[in-house]
Design a protein around this ligand. Structure first.
Ligand SMILES: [Zn+2]
Length: 172
């Protein structure tokens, strides 16, 4: 399970051979993704299966990881589990991509090989929300409140003794 994944692969050959690639990729190996996480220390588990569907070479698989994103409310780290499935059909042109006869996303093959790492990174980037946030209310109330008090009332409310003094006065 801790096998290292190859990067550049020939998807047509792999499809002919019905190859299965399972392994682990480090988050730190993916540059774009690394720029979006607070911690690049984690692993990404990948299971990619190559096959033929009709004449079409397809690759389908699963990607699993836990990212540490920055919460857009409190700017603290936020664990973001990702489990996604993908299914791509190999095409050699954009026209071919437009007229895909099967229910797949296109995987454009420019030369002989594609980057498996790029493919995985693209899928993960698509799964990251634009504004990740903690599910709970992560900003304490006193931080989000507008602080347009004058200095006197500020010290008064922050000082428990002044509150006590007030209570004494009004309690009589
Ligand atoms: Zn938060």
């Amino acid at each position: 399970m801790s096998d290292k994944l190859p990067n550049l692969i020939d998807p047509l050959l792999f499809a002919e051979r019905r190859s299965i690639l399972t392994g682990v990729l480090k988050i730190s190996e993916l540059e774009r993704l690394s720029g979006m996480v607070v911690n690049t220390g984690g692993d990404i588990a990948v299971d990619a299966r190559f096959a033929k569907q009709g004449k079409r070479a397809v690759v389908s698989g699963k990607i699993q990881t836990v990212l540490e994103l920055e919460c857009q409310s409190c700017l603290q780290a936020l664990a973001w589990p990702i489990t996604l499935a993908f299914k791509l059909a190999v095409v050699s042109s954009l026209q071919e991509a437009d007229s895909l006869e099967i229910d797949c996303e296109p995987l454009l093959l420019n030369g002989e090989k594609v980057s498996l790492h790029d493919l995985i990174e693209d899928e993960i980037l698509l799964a990251i929300p634009d504004y990740p946030r903690h599910e709970y209310d992560c900003i304490p109330r006193h931080q989000s409140r507008d602080s347009d008090f004058d200095d006197n009332s500020q010290t008064e409310t922050n000082n428990p003794f002044s509150v006590l003094a007030k209570l004494k006065k009004t309690g009589e």
